[in-house]
Design a protein around this ligand. Structure first.
Ligand SMILES: *[C@@H]1O[C@H](CO)[C@@H](O)[C@H](O)[C@H]1NC(C)=O
Ligand SMILES: *[C@@H]1O[C@H](CO)[C@@H](O)[C@H](O)[C@H]1NC(C)=O
Ligand SMILES: *[C@@H]1O[C@H](CO)[C@@H](O)[C@H](O)[C@H]1NC(C)=O
Ligand SMILES: *[C@@H]1O[C@H](CO)[C@@H](O)[C@H](O)[C@H]1NC(C)=O
Ligand SMILES: *[C@@H]1O[C@H](CO)[C@@H](O)[C@H](O)[C@H]1NC(C)=O
Ligand SMILES: *[C@@H]1O[C@H](CO)[C@@H](O)[C@H](O)[C@H]1NC(C)=O
Ligand SMILES: *[C@@H]1O[C@H](CO)[C@@H](O)[C@H](O)[C@H]1NC(C)=O
Ligand SMILES: *[C@@H]1O[C@H](CO)[C@@H](O)[C@H](O)[C@H]1NC(C)=O
Length: 487
C-alpha cells in the first residue's frame, strides 16, 4: 500500500517550513476585497459536502479527513476554484489539517454554522423555541473552530430559513443570530470575519429579505449582515441572460450595499451541464452586482449535481461537468474580476424602515429578540467547549489517490501546490487537467431531469448518501512523491 497523508505526517515533521497564509478577505461596500492587496475578490467556488448528510456526524465532517481534503484541494486547484462552502460541520473535531490544505492551495472557506443534529439550527416554524443556548453551542463552537484560519472568508448564520413555511417573526431571529455572531467575533476573534445569510430563490420576498438584513439600524449596528448569498438554479442548459431571469436578479440586487453572490448555482435539468452561466456571471453585465458564486456541488451524490465522483477512498473520477466548468472558468477574465472600483466599495446601506418592506407577509419591524443570558455570557468571555483549529504547514506535491478522467483515463499529472503567501487560486490554463487519450465512453453521459429548480432546498435535509460502491480498482499508484509537513 502507498503511504497515506497521515502516515507521512510523523516522518515529515523534521522538514517543517513556515506556514503559507492567504490574505484574509474583508467587506468594503458591496465588494469583497483582499485585505492586503486591495484587489477585489470574487468567488469562483464549489459547494463542498462529500457524502451529503451521511458524510456528517458529531465526530466526522467534510473538513476532518486530510486525505480526502488533499485530493479535493488538488483537483480544485486544477479547476480554478478559489472558495468552498461547507454546510455541516462539527465543533468537536480538529479541522487544522484540512483548513490548512485549502489555505495552502489558495482556497477560502465560507462556512455554515448550523448542523442537522438536534438543537443545531433555528427552526423556521418555531424560532423563539430554538433560539437558545443549546443552539449557540453549535454556532459559537463553529466560530471557535475556524476563527484562526486566514482562509475563513465568512460564516452563514442561516441557509434558506425564510421561505413559504417560515413564521412571520423568523427574519428577526435570523438577524438576532447575525448580531450575536458578530458580537461574539468582535470580542473573541482576532479579525472581523464577515457574517451573512444564504437565501432561497423565492422571488416575491427576495428583495424584502435582502433589505431586512442589510439595512442599517443605529440601535443595533452589529445585527447588519455583511454579505448575502442566493441559492439560484434559474439558468438551465444553454440559456441566456434574459431567458434565465439573471437580468431580473441584477435589477433586484442593483441597490445592494453589501456583497451578493450565488451561494449555490448550477441547474441540472439539462445534462451534462455546460455552465454557460459562468460567462455571464463574471461579465460586466453582472459584476457590479454579483461577486461570483459557488457551483452546487463538488461530489456526485444521489441528486446528480457532482463534478467529481468518489469511487472509493483510493479512487475518484472527474466527470464531464468538471471538464465543462474548467473550460468556462478558463475563459474568465481574471484582471477584470479582480479590479477594484471605488464607487462599489463606498456604497452605503439604507436605514431600516418599514417602508423598505413591500410584501405584506414579510416582517416589517426590527424588534430583535434579546440575547439569552448564557449566550451573552459566552459573548463576553468566550465559549470553551470547541476544538479550536490553527494553521499548520503543508507541503505536498501529489496525492495518494488514483484519479480518472471523464473518459476513464488514468491521470498522472494531478499536483497539489502550496502557493506563495498572499496568493489565492485562479483558473490556470497551463495547469489544467487533460487526458492524453480519448478512448472509452463519457463518464456522465446519462441524462436526467431530476432536480431542476426544486433542488434549492436545504442541504441539511435534502442530501442523501449518493456514493457509489464501486469495487476497489487496484493499488494506489503515483503517490510516492507525496510528502506532508505539519507544524
Ligand atoms: C489571536 O491570535 C493570537 C496569535 O495567533 C492567539 O494567541 C490568540 O489566542 C488569538 N486571540 C483570540 C481572541 O483568538
Ligand atoms: C432601488 O433604489 C431606487 C431609488 O431609491 C428605488 O426607486 C428602487 O425601487 C430600488 N430598487 C429595488 C429593487 O429595491
Ligand atoms: C485562458 O485562455 C483563454 C484563451 O486563450 C484566455 O482568454 C484566458 O485569458 C486565459 N485565462 C487565464 C486565467 O490565463
Ligand atoms: C464602477 O462601479 C459602478 C457601479 O457600482 C459602475 O457604474 C461603473 O461602471 C464601474 N466602473 C468601472 C470602471 O468598472
Ligand atoms: C431599534 O430600531 C429599530 C428600527 O428603527 C426599531 O424597530 C427597534 O424597535 C429598535 N430597537 C430597540 C431595542 O430600541
Ligand atoms: C462538550 O462537548 C462535548 C461534545 O459535544 C459534550 O459531550 C460535552 O458534554 C460538552 N461539555 C460541556 C462541559 O458542555
Ligand atoms: C499557472 O501556471 C504558470 C505556468 O505553468 C505557473 O508559473 C503558475 O505558478 C501557475 N499559477 C498557479 C496559481 O498555479
Ligand atoms: C467511478 O464512478 C463513476 C461514476 O459513477 C463511473 O463512471 C466510473 O466508471 C467509476 N470508476 C471507477 C474506477 O470505479
Amino acid at each position: 500500500m502507498a503511504p497515506s497523508y497521515t502516515q507521512l505526517f510523523a516522518a515529515a515533521c523534521a522538514l517543517a517550513t513556515t506556514a503559507h497564509a492567504v490574505s484574509p478577505i474583508e467587506v468594503k461596500g458591496k465588494d469583497f476585497v483582499n485585505s492586503k492587496s486591495g484587489d477585489r475578490f470574487q468567488i469562483l467556488g464549489v459547494d463542498y459536502q462529500p457524502g451529503g448528510s451521511s458524510g456528517f456526524s458529531a465526530t466526522k465532517d467534510p473538513l476532518s479527513d486530510a486525505d480526502a481534503c488533499l485530493r479535493d484541494a488538488a483537483l480544485m486547484q486544477s479547476l480554478g476554484v478559489n472558495t468552498i462552502r461547507v454546510y455541516n460541520l462539527s465543533p468537536n473535531v480538529d479541522h487544522s489539517k484540512c483548513a490548512s490544505i485549502f489555505n495552502g492551495a489558495g482556497i477560502y472557506m465560507v462556512l455554515d454554522v448550523n448542523s442537522p443534529l438536534s438543537g443545531g439550527s433555528l427552526d423556521r416554524t418555531d424560532p423563539s423555541g430554538t433560539y437558545n443556548s443549546v443552539y449557540f453551542e453549535q454556532v459559537f463552537g463553529i466560530i471557535e473552530a475556524f476563527k484562526n484560519f486566514p482562509n475563513t472568508l465568512g460564516f452563514f448564520a442561516g441557509n434558506e430559513v425564510i421561505n413559504e413555511d417560515s413564521v412571520y417573526e423568523a427574519p428577526a431571529y435570523v438577524r438576532a443570530v447575525v448580531r450575536d455572531m458578530k458580537d461574539y467575533i468582535s470580542t473573541n476573534a482576532n479579525r472581523s470575519i464577515p457574517v451573512g445569510y444564504s437565501a432561497a430563490d423565492v422571488r416575491d420576498i427576495l428583495v424584502d429579505t435582502l433589505d431586512y438584513f442589510m439595512c442599517d439600524m443605529s440601535n443595533s449596528t452589529s445585527s447588519q449582515s455583511d454579505f448575502f448569498g442566493l441559492n439560484s438554479y434559474s439558468w438551465c442548459g444553454d440559456s441566456t441572460y434574459t431567458e434565465s431571469g439573471y437580468n431580473v436578479l441584477v435589477e433586484d440586487f442593483n441597490n445592494a450595499s453589501l456583497p451578493v453572490f450565488f451561494s449555490e448555482f448550477g441547474c441540472n435539468a439539462v445534462m451534462p451541464r455546460t455552465f454557460t452561466e459562468v460567462a455571464a456571471l463574471y461579465s460586466e453585465k453582472m459584476t457590479d452586482v454579483f461577486s461570483g458564486g459557488l457551483v452546487y456541488e463538488w461530489t456526485e451524490e444521489a441528486n446528480d449535481y457532482g463534478l467529481v465522483s468518489i469511487n472509493s477512498t483510493d479512487t475518484a473520477t472527474l466527470l464531464t461537468d468538471y471538464k465543462n466548468l474548467e473550460k468556462q472558468y478558463s475563459k474568465v477574465d481574471m484582471t477584470s474580476v479582480e479590479t477594484s472600483n471605488s464607487s462599489q466599495t463606498s456604497k452605503a446601506a439604507p436605514t431600516c424602515d418599514s417602508s423598505l418592506i413591500t410584501s405584506s407577509s414579510f416582517l416589517n419591524s426590527w424588534d430583535l429578540p434579546s440575547t439569552p443570558s448564557k449566550v451573552a455570557e459566552w459573548i463576553k468571555s468566550g465559549y470553551g467547549n470547541a476544538t479550536v483549529g490553527s494553521l499548520v504547514s503543508v507541503s505536498a506535491t501529489t496525492i495518494p489517490q488514483t484519479i480518472y478522467d471523464w473518459n476513464g483515463n488514468k491521470l498522472s499529472n494531478i499536483k497539489y501546490k502550496v502557493l506563495a503567501s498572499d496568493e489565492s487560486n485562479t483558473p490556470n490554463n497551463s495547469t489544467s487537467v487533460s487526458s492524453s487519450s480519448s478512448s472509452g465512453s463519457s463518464a456522465a453521459a446519462s441524462s436526467s431531469s431530476a432536480g431542476s429548480s426544486a433542488s434549492s432546498s436545504s442541504m441539511s435535509t435534502s442530501a442523501a448518501a449518493g456514493l457509489s460502491s464501486a469495487s476497489f480498482m487496484g493499488l494506489v499508484t503515483g503517490a510516492t512523491l507525496f510528502a506532508a509537513l505539519l507544524l
